[in-house]
Design a protein around this ligand. Structure first.
Ligand SMILES: Nc1nc2c(ncn2[C@@H]2O[C@H](COP(=O)(O)OP(=O)(O)OP(=O)(O)O)[C@@H](O)[C@H]2O)c(=O)[nH]1
Ligand SMILES: [Mg+2]
Length: 445
């Protein structure tokens, strides 16, 4: 099962096995876990060969340990396997917003209809459910019961056998007073009969013109989800997918990766029988969970900190060339970026020549310690946006307020401001020197 990967990550990061051997072992564990979760063997092998290729071609960023870097690559490639950066948009784009659920028998449509209704109701939308399943006698009762449970009105017609008509009537009933209308349909057709299912879907589709058609797939079909999802994806350009029963079988990885491989968007996953057991599916969040949230977040934070730090460094360059002004907001961004990268002592080891703020001649003066950094971040947190952008307005009384707000002494705030002023002076000096150099080279001096 994919859950075992968490242990594998832990073992890899904390174990004493030499790097190359640990990588080999981890890749074997990864392959085993994916295959036992029913992920297609071809997908598994192309995933591992991509990981190996990146290990050869790319260079680890200085801020990461080699092992952390390896895990960050695994995270990245696994995320791609489950849909990459696709964060589905679940916000309704018009009013009323009509959702139609389709899927084979027993896949979880009716339960999911109620779950989605509950999901949107909690967000403050007015939701109505329409029972357009006329094949199963108890279908209406099932939806009515679920509707009562979550306090959402259900439209149905007990004696009407025409699902298209019911769907239409339900929509005209709800369209003026509901934000979201969810239509549950019948799932008569077994796997392998996708065409019939799609035909029926088209018929209701033409009649009610929904804004989203969602195909509900049961996890237990594993890799076979590929055929179903790809035909659906081709037939319904506005469609998205929900995978249910992610709690029940070991095949979650198989169904998810199979659907992702078709390019279809997985909007939600169902994780239990209860109405609140539904999650918006985010591939990256899913992968962080199977790899172990804590470990992954630490690594990703470091990478993010590094990227943000580089951005601030660019801003510093602009300050030095006179293109822009250094504000306390920039100082704040830089401190926060550094924080993300880990303990200052470690960060400094990894970024050669880094004097926390700027690699400049007077570097030693500009270095600030771990303790001070914490204090300054709380002081900056207590400042208003205006103060951050324009520190000149910070007078005695503002200083007192900031100190009180951050639980610091007024001296600490003063020190931060002095440091900021010195920094600015120094930047001006560097700027002037650069100007002199330029003039010199242009023969003006
Ligand atoms: N464990 C678990 N069970 C689920 C989940 N979603 C649905 N079920 C169960 O799956 C069974 C079938 O669910 P239904 O919602 O009736 O499925 P359906 O697609 O409407 O079925 P038909 O209308 O007969 O085609 C029920 O027992 C549900 O409780 C889920 O995410 N996890
Ligand atoms: Mg049903």
């Amino acid at each position: 099962m994919l859950e075992n990967l968490r242990d594998a990550v832990r073992k890899f990061l904390t174990g004493s096995t030499p790097y190359e051997k640990a990588v080999d072992e981890f890749i074997k564990d990864l392959q085993k876990a994916l295959i036992s979760a029913d992920v297609n063997v071809k997908l598994v092998f192309s995933l591992t060969s991509r990981i190996k290729e990146r290990l050869i071609k790319e260079k680890p960023p200085s801020i990461l340990e080699r092992k952390e870097w390896f895990i960050s690559i695994v995270y990245d490639e696994l995320s791609k396997l489950f849909g990459g950066d696709k964060e589905p948009s679940v916000n309704p784009t018009k009013n009323p917003y009509i959702i139609m659920l389709v899927g084979v028998q027993g896949s979880g449509k009716t339960t999911t209809a109620a779950k989605i209704a509950y999901f949107y109701k909690k967000k403050g939308y007015k939701v109505g459910l329409v029972a357009a399943d006329t094949y199963r006698p108890a279908a209406l009762d099932q939806l009515v019961q679920l509707g009562q449970q979550i306090n959402v009105p259900v439209y149905g017609e007990r004696d009407n056998k025409n699902a298209v008509e019911i769907a239409k009537n339900g929509i005209s009933k709800f369209k003026d007073n509901m934000d979201i209308i969810i239509v549950d349909t019948a799932g008569r057709h077994g796997y392998g009969e996708e065409n019939k299912l799609l035909e029926e879907m088209k018929e209701i589709y033409e009649a009610i013109k929904p804004d989203d058609v969602i195909l509900v797939i049961d996890t237990s079909i594993g890799q076979k989800a590929y055929d179903l999802a790809s035909r659906f994806h081709q037939a319904s350009p506005i469609g998205s997918i929900i995978i249910t029963k992610m709690d029940g079988t070991a095949k979650g990885g198989g169904a998810l990766s199979a659907v992702a491989a078709t390019g279809a968007t997985i909007k939600f996953i169902g994780t239990g029988e209860k109405v609140d057991e539904l999650e918006v599916f985010n591939p990256k969040r899913y992968v962080s969970r199977i790899l172990g949230m804590g470990d992954i977040e630490t690594i990703l934070d470091k990478i993010k900190g590094m990227e943000e730090y580089e951005k601030v460094q660019k801003k510093m360059e602009d300050v030095m060339t006179g293109k822009s002004k250094l504000t306390l907001k920039d100082v704040y961004d830089q401190l926060i970026a550094l924080r993300k990268m880990g303990p200052l002592s470690k960060v400094l080891q990894h970024i050669p020549g880094l004097g926390v703020m700027l690699p400049m001649p007077d570097e030693t003066q500009l270095k600030i310690g771990e303790e001070k950094m914490k204090k300054w971040i709380s002081a900056l947190n207590s400042m208003t946006y205006k103060e951050l952008e324009n520190p000149n307005i910070i007078d005695k009384s503002r200083m007192r307020r900031i100190a009180e707000g951050s639980g610091l002494e007024i001296e600490d705030v003063k020190e931060l401001l002095e440091w900021y002023n010195n920094m600015n002076k120094l930047l001006k000096m560097v700027k002037r020197k650069r100007g002199d150099f330029e003039k010199f080279f242009k023969g003006k001096i």
